[in-house]
Design a protein. Structure first.
Lengths: 461, 451
């Protein structure tokens, strides 16, 4: 809920801020800018999936992500310009790059984390503000919206000081000529044992002189960890329409958007709420891996969790399901086995989309070191042979460890995700993902849209 | 009334369940004793041997130097002659103890060295009877004094050295330390020489440190240890000198890693995955040509190919397709050659390499990893990244017995071997020559196929 006690709600463009009277800073507690979510009218504020922000906001450096980033930058297909991308793997706090600095450096260290490799640790005993500060090039960001994201956790307890903004936090600040500053904060709550992504965005005023992004602990006694700091400028120009994709195998529909522009216009869908993960970044990435030859509107369901009852039969009328053999479904299709059989299956059947379903049973002992690599590679195999992978993750209650591993893999492979929570909705979610892929990755009109445009289809969904 | 015993039984069962559950909550696995480390598996009586001939050691404070010349009786030594052969200690190198100030004798300067048994992975007594464990070594001092040995700052053994400028064999049975228990593990031995007269630092050397278990004739054991060390040195290969690495002591680990499935793989077959898809076939051809030149008979080098007949290459393809390719081709060896682009990419490519090597080992296949050679033409920024990748892979996999092909030394003398950011034909031929030499060496010393 919005804090109104000492803050004043102010509007600026489509953003709503809480002006802190005593500090003069504009702060939105949830860092949400799109849609009027933070209305302060007592409406329910749903917690945003931290994962989705990662997917939505961009690309974490990785083998695939790097390629994706290059493609995105090259095509300027609605991609944001990345200003800072730091995974702390090679950062030396004693030899920081230009524009980077530390305050109270004694409290900062680079440590190893089993899940994320090298991460930044800030261990603070209170009453100070140890920070890693990154100064951005103000000329680049003036008058534009910048977004900062970082993964954070704070496994121990601490006592937050909300009135004084006392949290382990990600801070985005802009200062004008007179030194007056305003900015946004994303903070790590106490007892956050799992990594969660903090994200905050801010419209940089045209007269901003200094713009900084900081990872810090303010005032409180806490032990916080950060990884994957990324800062990007939003609002890159919309790409010019290009000729229709040559690989669709059929003449393009009358007025579909060209694939790159279509990808840039893709909506952002979140796991919590929508049950799927999709974004312009994902659409662009999937589009860049497309290859000719796949059978149009065909999909396959593979993986240890397959077959999925709701996807059997013909629930997705306009899409054809490719028959999946025993070697790609069920117990033989555990990631280790599927790595053997999936390349042959995909090249042999040429599905356009492959839904890889994680098992809901918890019998298998997950390999902590390799699980995410296995799932990422399964998605990679599909991309390698021109099929779009969709990872279907088991529910938190059924198999949370696998769910987290698959989500991490999907983040690295930058592919769509579908939630298997609430089995009754699985077919609907599959339909939704396929429709999004059809429109924003394959650059085709969905049959419903075409029929509606022709005046013969059903009314709005 | 008959229900009473039934309830009592139920109560007992519930107690049992509760105890079982409690035990299950916090499993207390017994500590697994660490496996003993033998420098020469064929001689389990030798627990540690160091003759300093390699130039590096686990000793500290002093330094490895040429052993002092010891004049042979009756033979005059020319004033400018080089040190005559191996001295009494048996090698050309010895360890010179470093200078230390003595807190309890401020007027004297001692000579000291520390031997870290923990670093050398030696566990003594480590369950053995203390009267069976003996430390042998040779000492050389320029002035008389006392050589004191301290074991873990607890046990002291004093050895007076009266004969100067001579190598003196010394023996220290562990049973001299009365309070030392068989279950104890000594982690450090300190050597401290205190001169009997004079204040200045005295040069003291030690050499041929040998710790044995149950050996009655240490002189013979010393000969055996030297011979074993020489054998290891003979078959050891280093990247700087030979272009590939082979560490004989670690080969047992590699054999154990592939033991489960190695028998199903086809002998003398090598799967080749190049730095990028177009280079894989070129590398396979270069390997075939190099094998013919090196008389490596009967080997087939297969370029990796995806199920859709497209070429395979680079680290991404290795991760995605290696498992499938290994199952399809069942090779005895797989040559994995990540490219410069892989080494430079963001993220942690060494971690991807780990996944790939582990998958090869799980398939019973011997991986040969060809690291991107650090050639002269690389820009400095790239060089740093590539060096980081090479070091990370080397540090992780050399101790596990994986052979690394590093053709930098071979390629540095040739023309610029790059094209489109990856190795060109000449570069790949250089890698192929070294790769074939590595396979030939592995055939003789890992697979033990003698010709």
């Amino acid at each position: 809920m919005c804090l109104k006690r000492r803050n004043k709600l102010v509007a600026k463009g489509n953003l709503l801020y809480h002006r802190v009277e005593n500090k003069g800073a504009n702060l939105c507690r949830r860092g949400r800018r799109d849609e009027a979510v933070c209305t302060g009218r007592g409406q329910m504020c749903l917690p945003r999936s931290s994962w989705v922000r990662a997917v939505r906001r961009g690309v974490r450096p990785g083998p695939n992500a790097c390629a994706v980033l290059c493609v995105l930058l090259a095509s300027a297909a609605g991609a944001n310009e990345v200003l800072v991308s730091e995974d702390f793997e090679k950062l030396d706090l004693s030899k920081l790059p230009e524009g980077w600095s530390v305050d109270q450096g004694g409290d900062l260290s680079i440590v190893s984390d089993p899940a994320k490799g090298k991460v930044l640790r800030i261990f603070h005993k209170g009453n100070g503000c140890p920070a890693l500060v990154v100064k951005l090039d103000a000329a680049k960001v003036r008058g534009r919206t910048i977004r900062a994201t970082v993964w954070g956790k704070c496994p121990g307890a601490y006592t937050p000081l909300p009135d004084q903004k006392g949290w382990p936090q990600l801070l985005l600040m802009c200062f004008d000529k007179a030194g007056a500053g305003n900015g946004m904060i994303g903070y790590v709550p106490p007892n956050t044992t799992d990594w969660r992504q903090l994200s905050t965005s801010h419209a940089v005023p045209a007269d901003a002189q200094t713009v900084t992004v900081s990872l810090r602990i303010l005032l409180v006694t806490a032990d916080a960890y950060f990884d994957g700091l990324q800062v990007e400028v939003e609002g890159a120009p919309v790409p010019q329409p290009q000729p229709a994709s040559p690989f669709s195998g059929q003449p393009a529909a009358a007025t579909p958007l060209p694939p790159t522009a279509a990808a840039a216009n893709a909506p952002t869908k979140m796991l919590e709420g929508d049950g799927i993960i999709f974004s312009p970044v994902i659409a662009s990435a999937m589009h860049s891996f497309r290859k000719p030859g796949a059978t149009e509107r065909s999909f396959a369901v593979v993986g240890p969790g397959a077959p999925v009852k709701d996807l059997e039969g013909k629930p997705l009328e306009t899409w054809t399901r490719v028959a999946s053999g025993k070697d790609v479904t069920g117990i033989q299709a555990m990631p280790e086995g599927l790595l053997l059989s999936l390349p042959v299956f995909v090249t042999g059947n040429k599905p356009e989309v492959v839904i890889i379903v994680g098992e809901t049973a918890t019998g298998r002992k997950l390999s902590l070191a390799n699980e995410r690599f296995d799932w990422e590679d399964l998605a990679g195999i599909c991309l390698r042979f021109g099929a779009v992978p969709v990872l279907a993750v088991p529910s938190q209650a059924a198999n949370n460890d696998l769910r987290q591993a698959m989500l991490e893999s999907a983040r690295l492979a930058n592919c769509p995700v579908m939630d298997l929570t609430m089995p009754g909705l699985v077919a609907r979610r599959a339909r939704q993902v396929l429709d999004l892929l059809e429109k924003h990755v394959f650059g085709r009109e969905t049959p419903e849209t075409a029929a509606k445009r022709a005046g013969t289809g059903p009314a709005d969904e | 009334m008959p229900l009473r015993p039934f309830f009592f039984l139920c109560f007992l069962m519930l107690c049992g369940c509760a105890l079982g559950a409690a035990a299950g909550d916090a499993p207390q696995a017994p500590a697994v004793p660490e496996k003993p480390h033998f420098p020469f598996p064929e001689f389990p009586a030798i627990l540690y041997f160091e003759d300093f001939e390699g130039g590096e050691s686990v000793l500290s404070v002093g330094k490895v130097e040429d052993a002092p010349a010891v004049p042979t009786a009756g033979t005059p030594v020319a004033p400018v002659a080089p040190p005559p052969g191996p001295p009494a200690a048996g090698g050309g190198k010895a360890y010179l103890l470093g200078s230390v100030s003595l807190t309890n004798m401020p007027d004297k300067t001692g000579s000291a060295a520390k031997l870290s048994l923990a670093q050398a992975k030696v566990r003594v007594p480590g369950g053995n009877r203390t009267n069976q464990i003996i430390l042998h070594f040779a000492a050389y001092a320029e002035d008389p004094g006392d050589l004191q040995l301290t074991f873990d700052s607890k046990f002291n053994v004093r050895n007076p050295i009266s004969a100067t400028k001579k190598w003196i064999p010394l023996t220290v049975p562990f049973s001299e330390m009365i309070k030392l228990q068989p279950a104890d593990v000594i982690s450090e031995i300190q050597f401290l020489f205190v001169p009997r007269t004079g204040k200045a630092y005295v040069k003291v050397y030690i050499d041929d440190i040998l710790i044995t278990n149950g050996v009655s004739k240490p002189a013979e054991t010393l000969v055996l240890a030297r011979a074993a060390r020489k054998r290891i040195k003979d078959i050891e290969r280093t990247a700087a000198k030979d272009g590939f690495t082979f560490v004989p002591q670690n080969q047992e680990l590699l054999r154990a890693a592939i033991a489960g499935r190695a028998h199903i793989n086809k002998a003398k077959s090598v799967l080749v995955v190049g730095p990028c898809p177009p280079n894989t076939a070129t590398l396979a051809k270069a390997l075939t040509a190099a094998a013919a030149k090196a008389k490596l008979d009967g080997y087939t080098f297969t370029a990796a190919e995806a199920p859709d007949k497209s070429a395979v290459g680079g680290l991404d393809d290795m991760r995605r397709l290696l498992k499938h390719l290994l199952q399809k081709t069942l090779p005895q060896f797989v040559l994995l050659a990540p490219g410069y682009a892989d080494a430079k990419c963001a993220g942690v490519p060494a971690e991807s390499m780990r996944v790939v090597i582990e998958r090869a080992l799980a398939a019973g296949c011997i991986p040969l990893v060809s690291l991107p050679p650090l050639v002269k033409d690389l820009p400095q920024g790239d060089k740093t990244k590539i060096e980081g990748f090479v070091n990370a892979v080397s540090n992780a996999w050399l101790p596990k017995g994986i052979t690394l092909v590093e053709a930098s030394s071979v390629l540095n003398n040739g023309p610029a071997p790059l094209q489109d950011g990856e190795l060109n034909q000449a570069g790949l031929e250089g890698v192929a020559n070294v790769g074939v030499a590595a396979i030939k060496h592995l055939e003789m010393h890992l697979l033990l196929i003698r010709k």
